[in-house]
Design a protein around this ligand. Structure first.
Ligand code: TYD
Length: 136
C-alpha cells in the first residue's frame, strides 16, 4: 500500500473563486482538535524528522509548495504538495520530513489531538525499534 494517502477536497468554486470547507469525520478522517501552520520557512530548511505513536494529521499546502517524505520504517515515498484542494494524511508511525518549502509556502496541519510531546518519536533508531516491536 502506498505511504502517500492523498485526500482530494471538493471545492465550492464559482466565478468568484474557490472555497474549501473541511469538517471532522468527513473529508478529514478524524475529530479535529488542533490546527497549526508553518510559514516563512527559511531557504533549505527541512522540518519534521519525527513520527507519532497515536496522532493523525492532514497536511495541506494552502499557499506555495513543499515536499513531504513519508517513511514507515520499511519504505519511503515522497510527494509534492502544491494545491489547497488536496491534503495528505500523516498516519501514525510515519516518520515524516517536510522540505523544499517555497518562500510563499503556508503548510496548514489539522491534528486529531492537542499537542503532546509524549506522543512524538524524535529519534530514528527508536522509531525503527518500535516499528519492529509492533510487527512482532
Ligand atoms: P517541531 O516539532 O520542532 O516542528 P516540526 O516538526 O515542524 O519541525 O515544533 C516546534 C516547536 O513548537 C516545538 O517546541 C514544539 C512546539 N509545538 C507546539 O507547542 N504545539 C504544536 O502544536 C506543535 C506542532 C509544535
Amino acid at each position: 500500500m502506498s505511504l502517500i494517502k492523498l485526500i482530494d477536497f471538493k471545492s465550492l468554486g464559482d466565478e468568484r473563486g474557490d472555497l474549501v470547507a473541511l469538517e471532522s469525520n468527513k473529508a478529514i478522517p478524524f475529530e479535529i482538535k488542533r490546527v497549526y501552520y508553518i510559514f516563512g520557512t527559511a531557504v533549505d530548511v527541512s522540518r519534521g524528522f519525527h513520527a507519532h505513536k497515536a496522532l493523525l494529521q492532514v497536511a495541506i499546502c494552502v499557499s506555495g509548495s513543499c515536499k513531504i517524505l513519508m517513511d514507515d520504517g520499511k519504505g519511503k515515498e515522497s510527494v509534492t504538495l502544491n494545491t489547497p484542494k488536496q491534503g495528505v494524511l500523516i498516519d501514525t508511525m510515519q516518520w515524516h520530513v517536510m522540505y523544499e518549502f517555497s518562500a510563499d509556502c503556508i503548510l496548514l496541519v489539522l491534528a486529531s489531538e492537542v499537542y503532546d510531546e509524549d506522543d512524538y518519536i524524535r529519534n530514528y533508531k527508536k522509531f525503527i525499534e518500535r516499528v519492529e516491536l509492533l510487527n512482532d
